[in-house]
Design a protein around this ligand. Structure first.
Ligand SMILES: [Zn+2]
Length: 103
């Protein structure tokens, strides 16, 4: 399984860490998480003991959390379910997105 170790989001490099245990995905080891994004230091933590498709869905989900933060969109959407729903929807969009071109 080829997985990225770093991603640049709005110009900011986020290191991507893969964890075998869900409790380790939370840097504070308090919650059991599929993914977590931290901004200082910029880091995305991903639970990796799942299918490649599920791992990628988590990566995309966290990438959108990071983008919302970097673009300061979180000020408008944080606090409700909107941020989670947007991150889920956009991650599904990115996974299924295919362009077709004129020949
Ligand atoms: Zn989330």
């Amino acid at each position: 399984m080829r997985l990225p170790k770093k991603v640049y989001i709005c110009g900011i490099p986020y290191k991507i860490k893969y964890l075998k245990e869900m409790v380790d995905t939370d840097a504070d080891r308090e919650e059991w998480l599929l993914g977590q994004t931290r901004h200082d230091p910029a880091e995305i933590r991903v639970f990796k003991s799942r299918t490649k498709e599920q791992v990628w869905q988590t990566i995309w989900h966290e990438v959108f959390h990071a983008m919302f933060y970097q673009l300061k969109l979180w000020r408008h959407i944080k606090g409700g379910r909107a941020e989670e729903l947007l991150a889920d929807g956009l991650s599904l969009l990115m996974q299924g997105l295919r362009w077709e071109y004129k020949k």
